[in-house]
Write a new protein. Structure first.
Length: 258
C-alpha cells in the first residue's frame, strides 16, 4: 500500500462535518492532515504563517476548508484566528497542535531571546490553543486534542537541543491536560513522528550519508511519509480511540522507545 492510499476506503463516520483545527497546516505533516480530514468530510480549519500556500490549499479543498493566516508565536493573532474560526464553523471538536520549527542550532550560541522564540513556536502555542478550544469541547461533552511530539529527544539527535526540550515538554503537557480534561470526556494524546519525508526534510537533510544512517537505525524498511502520521491523527480524532488518552503514539518505523 502506498502512502497516498492510506485512508482510501477507510471512513470514520463520526468525523464527517466535525470541526477540526490544525496549526501549521499549509505544508508538510500539517498539510497531509488537512487533506486527510477533508477527505473524511470534516469541516477543516487551519492556520499557517505562509498565507499564499495556505490560501492555495484551502481553495483546492473547497468550501468545507477554512484558512486564516496567522503566526502561532503571536498569541494575540493566534487567539483571534481561533475565535474567528470557531464563530464560522462552530466549536472545535479536534485540535491538532502541529506547528513547529526544527531548525538546527548550536547550544553554545543560543541567547535568551532565541530560547524564548524557539519555545514559542514549538510548545507555548499548544497550551494556549488548548485553553481556547477546551471550553467548547467541555460544553459538548467531549473532544480530542493531538499534540505533535518528536522522537528526536528519545534518540539523542544532535544539533537541536532547544527544539528537543520543547518536544519532550509536549509529553508533559499531554499527560497534564489528559488529567485536567479527562473528567469532561476530552482525550489528549501525543502523536510522535520519526523522520518524516516532508518536502522540507528531503530538501535540507536527505543525502546518501543520512539515507545510510536511517537504514541502520529504523527497523522497518521504507520511509515514514506525512500520510502515515495523518492516518494516525484520523484514528486519534475519531471516537474509535475513545478510551485512549495521555498516551504517546509513535509513527517512526520502530526506531525509538516511547
Amino acid at each position: 500500500m502506498t502512502s497516498s492510499h492510506l485512508w482510501n476506503g477507510v471512513r470514520y463516520a463520526d468525523l464527517a462535518e466535525a470541526h477540526v483545527l490544525v496549526s501549521g497546516g499549509a505544508s508538510g505533516i500539517g498539510e497531509a492532515m488537512v487533506r486527510a480530514f477533508a477527505a473524511q468530510g470534516a469541516a477543516v480549519s487551519f492556520v499557517d504563517r505562509d498565507a499564499a500556500r495556505g490560501e492555495r490549499l484551502a481553495a483546492e479543498l473547497g468550501a468545507a476548508c477554512r484558512f486564516v493566516a496567522a503566526d502561532v508565536t503571536d498569541l494575540g493573532a493566534y487567539r483571534a484566528a481561533i475565535g474567528r474560526l470557531q464563530r464560522q464553523a462552530g466549536p472545535v471538536r479536534c485540535l491538532v497542535n502541529n506547528a513547529a520549527d526544527d531548525s538546527r542550532h548550536d547550544w553554545r550560541r543560543v541567547e535568551p531571546d532565541e530560547w524564548e522564540a524557539r519555545m514559542a513556536v514549538n510548545l507555548r502555542h499548544a497550551f494556549f490553543a488548548i485553553q481556547a478550544v477546551a471550553p467548547g469541547m467541555i460544553e459538548a461533552g467531549g473532544g480530542s486534542i493531538i499534540n505533535l511530539g518528536s522522537i528526536s529527544w528519545m534518540v539523542l539527535s544532535p544539533g537541536l537541543p532547544v527544539y528537543e526540550t520543547a518536544k519532550a515538554a509536549m509529553h508533559g503537557l499531554t499527560r497534564a491536560m489528559a488529567r485536567e480534561l479527562g473528567p469532561h470526556g476530552v482525550r489528549v494524546n501525543a502523536l510522535v513522528p520519526g523522520w518524516v519525508m516532508t518536502e522540507r526534510q528531503v530538501a535540507l537533510w536527505l543525502n546518501p550519508e543520512t539515507e545510510a544512517w536511517l537504514e541502520r537505525n529504523q527497523p522497518l524498511r521504507g520511509r515514514v511519509m506525512p500520510e502515515d502520521v495523518a492516518a494516525m491523527a484520523l484514528f486519534l480524532a475519531s471516537d474509535q480511540s475513545r478510551m485512549a488518552s495521555g498516551q504517546a503514539f509513535l509513527i517512526d518505523g520502530g526506531w525509538a522507545h516511547g
